[in-house]
Design a protein around this ligand. Structure first.
Ligand code: SF4
Ligand code: SF4
Length: 136
């Protein structure tokens, strides 16, 4: 059965220029889509990936990454909507490229769907009330 996972990889500086994703394709037959990549000021590498493949290969690929010393977290754990801070102002709606925010047409309340978020961080700057937080 083919499965799809969205994960955040954090790896040390020593692995930043290693062909890690190449091995995922060649050795485990996984298909991936890089949603975001960056090197942090502490020189850790961060990749937000959507990985797709047979369940067994996916598990083997993830084990390969962990054995290299790479930290893997599900993407959904990476961003947080602090509902109590949200004033439903709507400033994030047009900014979000994946339509992760929706508005209830009756109440005008804004809701956040974590599953759609690709952690592009655009809403973090756009939200005047600091209701969106990144967990990096
Ligand atoms: S980080 Fe914010 S703007 Fe980017 S996809 Fe997620 S919810 Fe949308
Ligand atoms: S911009 Fe911030 S306060 Fe406004 S609706 Fe979006 S999350 Fe809520």
């Amino acid at each position: 059965m083919v499965r799809k996972k969205r994960v955040v990889l954090t790896f040390p500086h020593s692995l930043v220029d290693k062909p890690i994703t190449y091995h995922l394709v060649k050795d485990y037959g996984l298909v991936f889509n890089i949603l975001k990549a960056r090197v942090t000021p502490r020189e850790e590498g961060r990749l937000v990936l959507e990985i797709e493949g047979k369940r067994e290969n996916l598990n083997k690929g993830i084990k390969f990454l962990k054995d290299l010393g790479i930290r893997i977290e599900p993407l959904a754990q990476d961003i947080r909507w602090i509902e109590t801070r949200c004033t439903h102002c709507g400033a994030c709606l047009a900014i979000c490229p994946t339509q992760a925010f929706t508005v209830d047409q009756k109440t005008r309340e804004v809701f956040f769907d974590k599953g759609k978020c690709i952690v592009c961080e655009l809403c973090i700057k756009a939200c005047p009330y600091r209701a969106m937080e990144i967990k990096f």
